[in-house]
Design a binder for this molecule. Structure first.
Ligand code: FAD
Ligand code: EPU
Length: 347
């Protein structure tokens, strides 16, 4: 096996010590196109990364890892809203801070999510009752085989819970270049999430929500610089009304939300019922403060992490008949691996 010397350890928040044939940071679109074309003709695989906060590298990567650093933020104002055009390599949390400093309010619930603006759209990032879908107006994408740039409307992106068209139709051969967002000038606090319920709707400020969310996130979610992780490893399962009602009869304490007759159950709770909190394999562990997060406690390999993920998948599946779907993207030696090849129940 070829082991390359370019380490990916600092380019994935799990801190997995694998290598790539080449790692290239890009700051402009022409260079990006040139690189993709060059390696395309050499038949080398490539993958684009923002912050590497939603990937698990399973092996050394035999191709080019492109680190997207396309930067720039343009703001236009209309009577009722702010229109922002943001390049995909901007860091999400820095961008949220920037808007708040400029007096543009609305993104505060999405504070402290790692990664870049472009990748944020791919799984329609969400937290504390808000998702990127609430603000996205359009996205500019480039077809890497012919350099053609296309603008898709938010509707065309089919943004759903941790899902979008970029996980299927536009998954290969396209890079997200920039995002267009519209933010209303009439700010309304969103304190619907239970952790925020105690805040006073009439007096709370965007800065207070921003600070409070940063505080609770720091309490619950491990800092990847201390314990490598990729946030929630699995998505919370979406369950039909019929099955949800049946499960609640047997397990009345499952935390859930219900929307449009679909239950969203807490995956962390399901994992806890399998007595897995704190479970260790090699250098990896199920985080003791949050069971949906697998951490790299000490020099974990991707095998350790995957072992735990499969253990969770089988335990929850066998106990509840719910087969969890990974949120984290699994990257093999020549590209992304379909999770159904690893988590072997059909979901
Ligand atoms: P990466 O991991 O770099 O890439 C993810 C995928 O997108 C890869 O398949 C990659 O090839 C592809 N990709 C990246 N950039 C581009 C591009 N420009 N064009 C095309 N494809 C591209 N997520 C939430 O939704 N809510 C949370 O509250 C949350 N909390 C988190 C907390 C922690 C501590 C961590 C580590 C993660 C958390 N996440 C959360 C998950 C993660 O931060 C988000 O999914 C984030 O948007 C990933 O961004 P990234 O730039 O790191 O993507
Ligand atoms: N809970 C447990 N055990 C735990 C942790 C939580 O039983 O170890 C239960 C509690 O009842 C708690 C409930 O689960 O009230 C929900 O927990 P939390 O508020 O932490 O939210 P979550 O559903 O586990 C989701 C997102 C997070 C996002 C938070 C806040 C997914 C997969 N995860 O987690 O996103 O930050 O809500 O909105 O939807 C991510 O996607 O990487 C991520 C971190």
């Amino acid at each position: 096996m070829n082991i390359y010397k370019n380490s990916l350890k600092n380019f994935n928040t799990f801190g997995i010590d694998v290598t790539a044939f080449k790692i290239i940071k890009i700051t402009n679109i022409n260079k990006l196109y040139y690189i993709c074309k060059k390696y395309y003709y050499k038949s080398l695989p490539y993958i684009i990364l923002g912050g590497g906060s939603n990937v698990l590298f399973l092996n050394h990567f035999k191709g080019i890892v492109i680190i997207n650093r396309l930067k720039g933020i343009n703001i236009n104002e209309s009577k009722n809203c702010w229109n922002l055009h943001v390049y995909s390599g901007e860091y999400w949390h820095q961008f949220v801070k920037y808007t708040i400093k400029k007096g543009i309010f609305g993104l505060e619930n999405l504070a402290l999510i790692p990664g870049c603006v472009g990748s944020a759209l791919i799984q329609n990032i969400g937290a504390y009752g808000v998702s990127l879908k609430n603000f996205c107006k359009y996205v500019d994408i480039m077809n890497l085989s012919n350099k053609k740039i296309t603008r898709l409307s938010s509707k065309e992106c089919n943004l759903q819970y941790r899902n979008s068209i970029f996980k299927n139709f536009y998954m290969h051969n396209y890079i997200i270049i920039a995002l267009g967002m519209t933010i209303s000038k009439k700010w309304k606090p969103n304190i619907s999430y239970k952790d925020l319920n105690h805040l006073n709707l009439n007096t709370v400020t965007p800065h207070e929500i921003f600070n409070y969310i940063c505080k609770i996130r720091k309490k619950k979610i491990p800092n990847p610089k201390i314990y490598g992780n990729a946030g929630s490893f699995f998505k919370n399962p979406l369950v039909s009304l019929k099955l949800g009602v049946k499960l609640l009869k047997t397990f009345p304490n499952i935390p859930y939300v219900i929307k449009n007759n679909i239950f969203k159950f807490s995956a962390a709770w399901l994992i806890d019922q399998c007595d897995l909190k704190g479970y260790i394999k090699g250098g990896a562990m199920i985080y003791f403060k949050h069971s949906l997060i697998i951490i790299n406690k000490y020099k974990a390999t991707s095998k350790d992490i995957l072992y735990i993920a499969i253990k969770i998948y089988n335990s929850v599946g066998n106990k509840f008949g719910i087969w969890l779907e990974p949120e984290v993207r699994l990257i093999g030696s020549i590209g992304e691996i379909n999770p159904s090849n690893i988590f072997t129940h059909n979901y």
